[in-house]
Every structure is written in structure tokens, then in C-alpha cells.
Design a protein around this ligand. Structure first.
Ligand SMILES: NC(=O)c1ccc[n+]([C@@H]2O[C@H](COP(=O)([O-])OP(=O)(O)OC[C@H]3O[C@@H](n4cnc5c(N)ncnc54)[C@H](OP(=O)(O)O)[C@@H]3O)[C@@H](O)[C@H]2O)c1
Length: 264
């Protein structure tokens, strides 16, 4: 058993799909799963340059493939799962990581903006989950991990569409965990606070100094902070954990004014 980001936890020999796996949090998750011995399909939608860089980085080191598909469509989700089953004959782990983020006040928001958040953040999870269920049921084993957000339960102005889509992810996680439990499939979610990626870099540049004051641990998260949790949730050892939405937020959700402790 290889031991790296997963410590003593085992995903050796498992086959994983990571949506949005060529950048940010998804890339850290895919890399950690590879390092821990899984074969991994890394998915992306449009950024070919990032995908090519990842291919170069992983080729010759890990058993992987990079697959372009838009998982906010039924066809895209099917293409992704089929490509994985064709290559390795199965899917054991699905990490529904892909997502989009944007601010817009309700008064200025058009229908397309709202629909885009729902399609990319929530409907995509429905499509990919539905595709992997028959594969996981065959082996009476599965790990599905969804990307939630601190914004699913902490109201933030301008994030009504994003926050509601992620609240939907939480409920989808709970209901699918119960529906799939009889087949040995667990379903959990990670709920990041602010992790430094392409998604958050503009916001951090603009008001990072203020935002970091709201994080008890005094720093923004790294993609690797999230990957460590996801690797554990994917492992054999996490088999009795399901229906959980777990914060990776430096304590941000739980407290107010943590900066006072830093100013003493
Ligand atoms: N970063 C944070 O602070 C934070 C906080 C809370 C929650 N989250 C959640 O964590 C997840 C990852 O965030 P991140 O910061 O790593 O984002 P990111 O750096 O913007 O990367 C997003 C990835 O998702 C892919 N993607 C988006 N829509 C897709 C679709 N329909 N089909 C296929 N791929 C798609 C992108 O593909 P391309 O490369 O082709 O564009 C990209 O690889 C998201 O669900 C996000 O909402 C992040």
C-alpha cells in the first residue's frame, strides 16, 4: 500500500473519477488519489491548456486519463463514466468537485445566471451520480464525495444563486446517502471556506486582508487541505461515515470575530 496524502488510509487499486480535476481543489484531490494508489480519470470542461499541463505532469508517474466533458449535461456525464469503465472496467469513487462561482445581486440577476449556477453546481451531481450507481451496485461498494461550500449555510450578499445551489448539494448528499446505503455506497460532502484557487483569487486580491480576519486559523485554505479529507472519505477505513457535510474552513463557519484572539 502506498502512503502519501492518504497516510495509512487505503485507496490502492480503486478506480476514481474527479470532475473538474485539472485545476484547483480537483487537481489536488486527483493527485492525492493517484499518489495513494488509485487509477484516476481527471475531467475538465473547457480549459484545454490546464488539461495539457496536467497530462504532462502525471504521464509516466500515475495510472490516469484526462477526459473533456461537460458534466452539467446528461451526455457529458455519461461520456465521462463510460470512458472510465472502458479503460478500467469499473468506477469505485466519484468526486463531484466541478463547479462555478459568481456574485450577482437578485435585482440585477437574469434567469441564465441563476440557471447556470444550478446546472453547473447541482444538476451535474445528479447526472454523474445517476450514471455511476449501476457500476457501484455491481460490486456493492462505492464512495461519492460532493463539493458543497460554506455558502450553503452561511448567507452572503450576492451569492443567492451560488448559495442555494450548494444548499441543494447538501440535501442531495443526504438523500442519496440514504438511498444508496443498502448497496454499500457512502455519500459525503466537503464544505470549504475560502481556498486559494483560480475561483477565489480575484476575491482574495480585492478583499483578502479583511476576509482572513474571519478565519480562526488565520490563513486561507489550500487545495491540499481539502484533498486530505477527500482521500480519507474515499478510503476503505471511512466505510461507516455517510451523509456527512464536513467543513474544511479553518473554523470560519463556527465563530464570529476570531481576529480578536490574534490581536491580543
Ligand atoms: N475555492 C474555494 O474557496 C471554494 C469554496 C467553497 C466551495 N468550493 C467548491 O469546490 C469546487 C472546486 O473549486 P475550485 O476553487 O477548485 O474551482 P476552480 O479552480 O475554478 O476549478 C473548477 C473546475 O471545475 C471545472 N468545471 C466547471 N464546470 C464544469 C462542468 N460543467 N463540467 C466539467 N468541468 C467543469 C473546471 O473546468 P475547466 O478547467 O475546463 O474550466 C475546473 O477544472 C467547486 O465546486 C467550488 O464551488 C470552492
Amino acid at each position: 500500500m502506498k502512503e502519501k496524502a492518504c497516510g495509512t488510509f487505503s485507496v490502492d487499486g480503486k478506480v476514481a473519477v474527479v470532475t473538474g480535476g485539472t485545476r484547483g481543489i480537483g487537481l489536488a484531490i486527483a493527485t492525492a488519489l493517484c499518489e495513494a494508489g488509485a487509477a484516476v480519470t481527471l475531467n475538465y470542461r473547457a480549459n484545454r491548456e490546464a488539461a495539457e499541463q496536467v497530462k504532462k505532469k502525471l504521464t509516466g508517474r500515475f495510472d490516469h486519463q484526462v477526459v473533456q466533458s461537460d458534466v452539467s449535461t446528461h451526455e457529458g456525464a455519461r461520456k465521462l463514466v463510460r470512458a472510465t469503465v472502458e479503460k478500467w472496467g469499473r468506477v469505485d469513487i466519484l468526486v463531484n468537485n466541478s463547479g462555478v462561482f459568481d456574485f450577482c445581486f437578485i435585482e440585477e440577476m437574469d434567469e441564465e445566471f441563476f440557471d447556470r449556477m444550478y446546472r453547473d453546481n447541482l444538476k451535474s451531481i445528479f447526472f454523474t451520480t445517476r450514471e455511476v450507481i449501476p457500476e457501484m451496485k455491481k460490486r456493492n461498494f462505492g464512495r461519492i464525495i460532493n463539493a458543497s461550500s460554506i455558502s450553503s449555510h452561511l448567507a452572503d450578499c450576492g451569492l443567492s444563486a451560488y448559495g442555494c445551489s450548494k444548499a441543494g448539494v447538501d440535501m442531495f448528499t443526504l438523500i442519496s446517502s440514504a438511498e444508496l446505503a443498502p448497496y454499500g455506497i457512502t455519500v459525503n460532502a466537503y464544505s470549504p471556506g475560502i481556498v486559494e484557487t483560480d475561483m477565489t483569487r480575484p476575491m482574495i486580491r480585492e478583499r483578502g486582508k479583511e476576509q482572513v480576519k474571519q478565519i480562526p486559523l488565520g490563513r486561507f485554505g489550500t487545495p491540499e487541505d481539502v484533498a486530505a479529507l477527500v482521500c480519507f472519505l474515499c478510503s476503505d477505513q471511512a466505510g461507516y461515515i455517510t451523509g456527512e457535510i464536513i467543513g474544511v474552513d479553518g473554523g470560519m463557519f463556527k465563530v464570529q470575530n476570531p481576529y480578536r484572539a490574534w490581536q491580543r
